[in-house]
Ligand binder design. Structure first.
Ligand code: FES
Length: 79
């Protein structure tokens, strides 16, 4: 099966049971998911055999580690 480059399905498949791609998981994170449980509810990934949960955990951790620690904190621009 072939998918257009850059399409939702061209990305790496994370959850084989529920056919959920890495891009779909990233989209859920951008929509506000902060836990693997959120990802499960929003995408269905990881809700069958559970073998993909470790990968989902890693994606959540990686995404959250890239966010500012305290988004409410004001940035000092030196003015
Ligand atoms: S591979 Fe994701 S639940 Fe089975």
């Amino acid at each position: 099966m072939f998918f257009a480059e850059g399409s939702e399905m061209s990305a790496r498949l994370v959850c084989m049971c529920n056919v959920v791609s890495e891009n779909e998981i990233k989209a859920a994170l951008k929509k506000g998911a902060t836990t693997t449980s959120d990802i499960q509810k929003m995408t269905g990934a990881g809700t069958s055999c559970g073998k993909c949960l470790v990968v989902i955990d890693g994606l959540v951790e990686k995404y959250l580690s890239g966010l500012p620690r305290n988004p409410q904190q004001k940035i000092n621009f030196g003015d």
